[in-house]
Design a binder for this molecule. Structure first.
Ligand code: ZN
Ligand code: ZN
Length: 322
């Protein structure tokens, strides 16, 4: 290769590096540091495989699988939007379900451990040891409510901060919501939520474990909200996020509303709650202008499109490589 060609190729390489978004790279580095710290700590104690399988039992429990099958049957019987079983959106989200099972569940488990290590190492004073004398049931309820508040805050940050929105946009790009859409998320979207949601656990229950069934139940309620159903949950919908309530958040014009993950209270406190009526028309979902490539616009979707969608937060738009 001539000197001129070498200079040209190194110029192209530098331009490509400049095109990788620094903030997205930063999120990836933070995630890598947390996961690395968790793996090192667990491996030292010989607990790595045990903790990973416990995490899998919580996040892929038979209860959750049963809820998904039951919800899918309800979607066929009472759909908010009529569409074929093998609609493109369903097939694409099924790819994300496979990614979730293979990669995201272990990632979530390690993020949880890594976040706790980080907090215990650098902010040990946040542990509220006297709280351990409170009744166990009260402590668990307080911790789960505070974790839900932390998840709300992470979701709010996803919408307010450009660096986080780039990862969250993939979730909002779905134009055919179904119960599977809960798994349509960039793996790096979870980092903020796990760091924030670990705070109440370290503060209130530094030495006590939360029963796995409670975590599974929490995940189940969070999964049901994407179902292609008009369910508002009636009076209970004033407290718990229903599919109709969350669908409003996926309306491209209403994304600043209904940010709740499981509890509605945080939206009420921040003036962002809008309660749907069963008589409301079914809203369209997705992102205006399709900034993230979606399966409804390309000829071949599946794993290849998923790879493109996952790379999207790292791309800089409007500055072509010269
Ligand atoms: Zn959102
Ligand atoms: Zn959603």
């Amino acid at each position: 290769m001539s000197t001129a060609e070498l200079q040209l190729s190194s110029g192209v390489l530098r331009a490509r590096v400049r095109q990788v978004r620094a903030s997205s790279f930063g999120v990836a580095v933070i995630t890598g540091v947390l996961v690395g710290a968790a793996v090192a700590d667990l491996a030292r104690g010989g607990r790595l495989m045990g903790v990973l399988s416990a995490g899998r039992a919580e996040l892929a429990a038979p209860l959750l699988v049963g809820l998904m099958v039951g919800t899918a049957l309800c979607e066929r019987r009472w759909p908010a939007e009529e569409r074929p079983l093998f609609a493109r959106g369903h097939l694409q989200d099924a790819c994300y379900l496979a990614l979730h099972a293979a990669l995201v569940i272990p990632l979530m488990t390690l993020l949880s451990v890594g976040s706790a290590l980080l907090l215990e190492s650098y902010l040990p004073w946040i542990e509220l040891r006297p709280a351990e004398h409170l009744p166990r049931a009260l402590l668990v309820v307080l911790t789960i409510v505070a974790m839900d508040g932390a998840n709300w805050l992470a979701h709010y940050a996803d919408h307010r901060l450009e660096a986080l929105w780039r990862f969250h946009a993939l979730h909002h790009s779905q134009e055919e919501l179904s119960v599977l859409t809960s798994f349509r998320a960039h793996p790096l979207m979870h980092t903020t939520g796990f760091i924030l949601a670990t705070v109440p656990v370290v503060v209130l229950m530094p030495t006590l474990p939360i029963a796995p069934v409670l975590i599974t139940t929490y995940v189940c309620v969070g999964t049901l909200q994407h179902a292609n159903l008009r369910w508002t949950f009636g009076p209970l919908g004033k407290f718990i996020v229903s599919p109709a309530y969350h669908r409003l958040h996926h309306d491209p014009l209403r994304q600043d509303l209904n940010l709740g993950v499981v509890l509605v209270v945080w939206d009420l406190l921040s003036g962002r709650a809008r309660f749907p009526s069963p008589a409301d028309p079914v809203r369209t979902t997705g992102l205006a202008g399709r900034p993230v490539p979606v399966e409804q616009q390309v000829r071949s979707a599946g794993v290849r499109l998923m790879a493109t969608q996952l790379a999207e937060p790292f791309k800089v738009r409007g500055r072509p490589v010269s």
